[in-house]
Design a protein around this ligand. Structure first.
Ligand SMILES: [Zn+2]
Length: 423
């Protein structure tokens, strides 16, 4: 009894485990590297169409590969050179990493077996000219064509299946020129720059190569790393770089060209920018505000709550809103001229009549008249005082008039009569 029960349970676990294995995502297998349980692995394959994005690599171009944060593409130039290329191949195999190699025609011609090893290991193979000239930017276009064609010819000749050659090209020394790129693009070849190098062609230590690779990757967060599989220092630095990539949570992406059988991985244009504009940094990228000319002032309806994603079930009664045309009216009124507020000489009576009480008006009118009276022109203090009292009465009349402003036919007041006489 007990024995049969154990057998049943064991079978159940076997069925369960098989089910989990068959439904697991491909990414779960990326790090599944036979004999190397701690390998970094290759997390995914990115299929690109060179015609859609012909120039990549932010060292020189606006666009780069549509990588996610913490994704890295490893590239190796200038091989195959058996002494070092074979060691690089072994290091990558131990980590189950797929990379992209840019081969030199002369190297492929001399070491065709090296090209075949790359293909057999599943790496992507592009080209890097015939003789690696560092003068492509100032070459006659005929020489550019000969360099490109020589590299393609000898690298593909080394392959059992020449269709395995990727239409990817890296210009030697990254010495780009419009004419070179135009020629490559006209042939459907993708021009690969990089997002950061590790200076492994310079006379620096392997540790320096490792430091530069990680520092520059960390600064950008993702991207295409440019290395060379013909340098002892690269071979020495590569295991440490890969271990550190794993420790820092980076993932390796394998890039392959689109074919009739394998369409490009769906992407959006903004993914081909290393750092797409975020909500906090869009202003510098906004286009200039156009200078609108309104040919009519038809009012636009105010937006409804439904446009604001409000709960339509709780929609309150909307109050009438100012239309855009009404709002514009305020902003288009002319600024008042300064003399609008200037008090015309001699109109103090009018001013007083509209603002002051009778007693205050009398006092101020006396003060205003006093200098004139003081000049002795047939006037006297008494006459001045009488005139001030008339002004005050006028003020009183005016304030009564203001109270009767609703009357349809305003009567002329004492003040109005007096102002007319003076004019
Ligand atoms: Zn090179």
């Amino acid at each position: 009894m007990i024995g049969s029960g154990v057998v049943f349970r064991t079978r159940s676990w076997t069925v369960l485990l098989l089910g989990l294995l068959t439904t697991a995502s491909p990414a779960a297998f990326a790090a599944d590297c036979p004999g190397h349980p701690d390998a970094l692995g290759t997390s995914r394959t990115l299929v690109v169409d060179p015609r859609e994005h012909p120039r990549i690599g932010t060292m020189q171009y606006r666009e780069t590969l549509p990588l996610k944060d913490h994704e890295v593409v490893l590239t190796f130039d200038d091989g195959p050179l058996p002494k070092y290329s074979n060691q690089v191949l072994q290091i990558l195999a131990d980590e189950c990493i797929k990379a992209t190699f840019f081969e030199i025609g002369e190297q492929a011609k001399a070491n065709p077996e090296g090209v075949r090893k790359l293909i057999a290991a599943g790496h992507t193979v592009g080209t890097h000219s015939m003789t690696h000239p560092l003068t492509m930017n100032r070459m006659p276009i005929e020489k550019v064509e000969a360099e490109v064609n020589g590299g393609i010819q000898w690298t593909s000749a080394a392959m059992t299946d020449p269709s395995k050659l990727a239409p990817f090209f890296r210009i030697p020394g990254l010495m780009r020129a419009d004419a070179v790129e135009d020629y490559l693009i006209s042939r459907g070849i993708q021009v690969w720059s990089a997002d950061f190098p590790a200076d492994d062609w310079r006379h620096v230590s392997p540790d320096r190569v490792y430091q530069l690779a990680i520092q520059r990757l960390e600064a950008k967060g993702k991207g295409i790393l440019l290395l060379h599989d013909i340098q002892a220092r690269t071979v020495a630095a590569l295991p440490k770089i890969i271990r550190d990539l794993k420790a820092r949570g980076y993932h390796i992406v394998h890039v392959v060209p689109a074919t009739a059988d394998q369409p490009a991985t769906p992407t959006t244009p903004v993914e081909w920018l290393l750092h797409p504009p975020t909500e906090t940094t869009p202003i510098a990228r906004w286009p200039q505000v156009p200078n609108f000319v309104f040919v009519q002032t038809a009012t636009l309806p105010a937006p409804g709550l439904a446009d604001l994603n409000a709960e339509t079930s709780h929609q309150p009664q909307l109050l009438p809103r100012r239309t855009m045309a009404q709002a514009d009216t305020a902003s288009t009124l002319p600024a008042p001229s300064r003399d609008l507020f200037a008090i015309p000489e001699g109109s103090v009576d009018v001013l007083l009549s509209t603002t002051l009480s009778r007693r205050a008006a009398t006092r101020l009118a006396m003060e205003a008249e006093a200098p004139r009276a003081g000049k002795g022109k047939a006037g006297s203090i008494k006459a001045s005082k009488m005139k001030a009292q008339r002004t005050a009465r006028a003020a009183h009349s005016a304030s009564k008039h203001a109270a009767q402003v609703k009357s349809a036919t305003p009567r002329p007041t004492h003040l109005a009569t007096r102002v007319k006489k003076r004019a």
